[in-house]
Design a binder for this molecule. Structure first.
Ligand code: ATP
Ligand code: MG
Length: 698
């Protein structure tokens, strides 16, 4: 119906509307799919200008014009963002269609991160690209463990104790892969202190790749790398691309070379491609993301992409926007966007000076509670910080005061040893060649150490019948009964004796006695495993559960149960990186000091300092109504000097120099008694009162 169709677009401004309607035509009389698309579309615009909202409207618009939801590929930066996008689409569609909206939105099967979508495509094309269909996925920690294993096998770390740590090796490897650069260049640019080990690193990475292949495991980078290689096969690329009429990408400024290759593979002529982003918010270059992707996008296609820019900010009050614009205005790079807002306010963002991190935590708690008293739910307030471990003192204070919180980007629940044990059992059952998983689960058994586990894994690697090999392996006299029980467990799962997710209960029963042996707080840990089974029940299969958990784990909460209840209210804690794309009524930014933003890790390279400035910009532009940047006077940072490192106090971040102070309200907390502002009226009353008191005694 014509009337409804225009209603759901009514709130959009003309530029947003142009982006939403670009290339979409009404369904034709013949009933053929109505949406045809000409040139690719780029929406490049500042924070809070409605890019994501425009994308959601465009998806809805496509659906309403007859595009099959299963033929839309929607790529977001996190799984959470994908979920929120589906919800937005459903809400918008509801306005136009009423009851059918949910069905349409739930048909958006292909929405998720590049890594998640990559994993699914690879699973489908595994046979054609020579991947084992039962490959398992290593998360970063597993990858570092495997890197370590290989590192030891090659003996580099014993020969020279200064050899880079496993995490550094993995970071270098990952950067080479994601940037599609060569090792030499990456070492020279980002890891000059590791350059002397170039040859060893090359050998190490070769062996690491070989180990992954032997064990049928993929790491995060492989999910993109294999997809990109798949796209180099024209037939496969065409086949994959033909599944989708539309490919839409949010936060395009933070994609890397591999991701751009995958997109180009899917849609070589750009037809049906929509990307949105903001070059001033590119903050992932440490993961090899390159802002060139978005800047070069228009010229890659013929006809070139249509470019839409948006200038009205609907999120923040004008003072918050002005302060944010001033901060990004000092960037070395010139960003050409001029954002404005209709949301007037008399309140400038605050710079709150506190004594130290403990006071910072107390201040935030006090303010958060104050605002809740005033009727603002906790969920509408967020505390942002540069690095995940910066929220430690605050987490303690919140726990003491019983203020529930959720930490985005935190891994508390899944990082727990007992949860990892159970996941490793699943992974090992899925893929017995996965040595990292194998090592972990076997060593749960009493009396089994790395040597026995290593022998067992060697035996399995050579065997055709894994269950049989496991059962007949002799681990030595003592733990034989335990070994047999373990072999049965794996055989049962592999035979599919317990349907998903019932096998999680089977594992828990097997694991319980070991858990009781190992931990004093076994009951709490058992409760976690029950919770894990609940989480598992929301996935259709073991494979999907393992994949999604490895890629993008659920957010950690203050609640042992792991996942907040739907109606529960909780404060949001998040790294700035994980806060991308989101907004809250009240935003606190912790540690607005040099050495933190910019982080001490970034000291040195001007490019890295610039990225830190954009990071502060991203943090500030998350705020709708109030923004408070905390500045602890005492915050130790490490300073590199010619004579080695030394610790100094951080001072206010260099990104807010004195010249910008007019954009902020400066306060300190707790107020010194002497510093308390007293009006002349109050002062006169004090004197009057004092005089009165004296008079009472003559
Ligand atoms: P970011 O760069 O941070 O990702 P964004 O450009 O994606 O921001 P959105 O999150 O889509 O911005 O929108 C910011 C806010 O503005 C949201 O609350 C959204 O609902 C609102 N908004 C967007 N467009 C309009 C509009 N035309 N009228 C009213 N509100 C709007
Ligand atoms: Mg957005």
């Amino acid at each position: 119906s014509g009337r409804a169709a225009s209603d759901y677009l009514a709130r959009l401004n003309p530029a947003q509307r142009a982006a939403v309607e670009h290339g979409v035509r009404a369904p034709s009389a013949t009933g053929a799919a109505g949406a045809q698309v000409d040139a690719p579309l780029l929406v490049i615009a500042g924070a809070g200008s409605g890019k994501t909202d425009t994308l959601a409207h465009r998806v809805t618009h496509l659906l309403i014009h007859g595009v099959d939801p299963r033929r839309i590929l929607l790529l977001t930066f996190s799984r959470r963002a994908a979920g929120e996008m589906r919800k937005r689409v459903e809400r918008i569609a509801w306005r136009a269609l009423g009851a059918d909206a949910a069905t349409l939105a739930s048909g958006l099967h292909w929405s998720g991160t590049f890594h998640g979508i990559g994993a699914r495509l690879l699973r489908e094309y595994a046979g054609q690209i020579g991947l084992s269909p039962t490959y398992t996925i290593h998360d970063r920690e597993d990858s570092a463990d495997l890197m370590n294993l290989v590192r030891h096998e090659l003996d580099f770390s014993t020969k020279d104790r200064r050899f880079p740590l496993k995490s550094t090796c993995l970071a270098i490897y990952s950067r080479v892969v994601n940037a599609q650069a060569d090792l030499e260049a990456v070492l020279g640019l980002y890891y000059p202190w590791c350059a002397e080990w170039r040859d060893e690193l090359r050998a190490l990475f070769g062996a690491y790749v070989e180990a992954k292949q032997k064990q049928d495991v993929l790491d995060y980078d492989d999910l993109l790398l294999y997809c990109a290689h798949m796209m180099a096969e024209p037939a496969l690329a065409a086949d994959a691309g033909a599944r989708f009429d539309h490919v839409l990408v949010d936060e395009y400024q933070d994609t890397n070379a591999l991701q751009a290759t995958i997109l180009r593979g899917l849609k070589p002529d750009g037809r049906g491609l929509t990307v949105v982003g903001d070059d001033a918010q590119s903050i992932y270059s440490f993961r090899a993301a390159t802002v060139r992707n978005i800047l070069d996008f228009p010229s890659q296609f013929d006809p070139p992409a249509r470019i839409v820019t948006l200038e009205q900010n609907y999120r923040s009050t004008q003072p918050i926007l002005e302060a944010s614009n001033a901060v990004i205005g000092l960037a070395a790079e010139r960003y050409t966007k001029h954002l404005w807002s209709e949301r007037a306010s008399a309140q400038r963002p605050a710079l709150v000076h506190v004594k130290d991190e403990a006071d910072q935590a107390r201040y935030v708690c006090a303010r958060v509670l104050e605002q809740r008293e005033a009727g603002v739910e906790l969920k509408k307030q967020a505390v942002l910080f540069r690095a995940s471990d910066h929220s430690g003192p605050l987490e303690v204070e919140l726990t003491v005061r019983n203020i529930p919180f959720v930490k985005f980007g935190g891994l508390k629940f899944l990082d727990a040893a007992h949860v990892k044990d159970v996941l490793a059992v699943l992974r090992f059952a899925e893929n017995p060649r996965d040595r990292v998983a194998g090592f972990r689960v076997m060593q749960v058994l009493p009396g089994v150490g790395p040597v026995t586990a290593g022998r067992a894994l060697d035996a399995l690697a050579a065997a055709d019948d894994v269950a049989h090999a496991l059962r007949t392996f002799s681990p030595g006299a003592r733990p034989a009964a335990d070994w047999a029980a373990f072999a049965d467990l794996i055989a049962d799962i592999r035979a599919g004796l317990h349907a998903w997710p019932a096998e999680l209960d089977r594992i828990r029963t097997w694991y319980e006695p070991h858990l009781l042996d190992r931990y004093d707080d076994a009951p709490a840990r058992l409760a976690d495993l029950v919770q894990l089974a609940h989480i598992g029940a929301s996935y259709p299969s073991r494979e999907r559960f393992l994949t999604e958990l490895a890629l993008d784990p659920p957010d950690a909460t203050s609640d042992e149960a792991g996942v907040p209840l739907r109606d529960e209210d909780y404060l949001i804690l998040s790294t700035i990186h994980s806060a991308k794309g989101q907004e809250w009524q009240h935003v606190f930014v912790l540690n607005g000091v040099d050495g933190c933003i910019p982080s001490d890790l970034a000291a040195g390279s001007p490019d890295e300092i610039e990225e830190e400035r954009r990071l502060l910009y991203v943090a500030m532009t998350r705020a709708k109504d109030t923004l408070e940047i905390l500045v602890p006077e005492r915050f130790y940072v490490t300073q590199q000097t010619a004579h080695g490192d030394r610790h100094v106090y951080g001072s206010r971040t260099r990104f807010i120099p004195n010249t910008l102070l007019t954009h902020f309200e400066s306060t300190s907390w707790p107020r010194e008694p002497g510093a308390q502002a007293t009006t002349p009226e109050q002062a006169r009353m004090h004197i009057d009162l004092a005089a009165k008191m004296r008079k009472m005694w003559g």
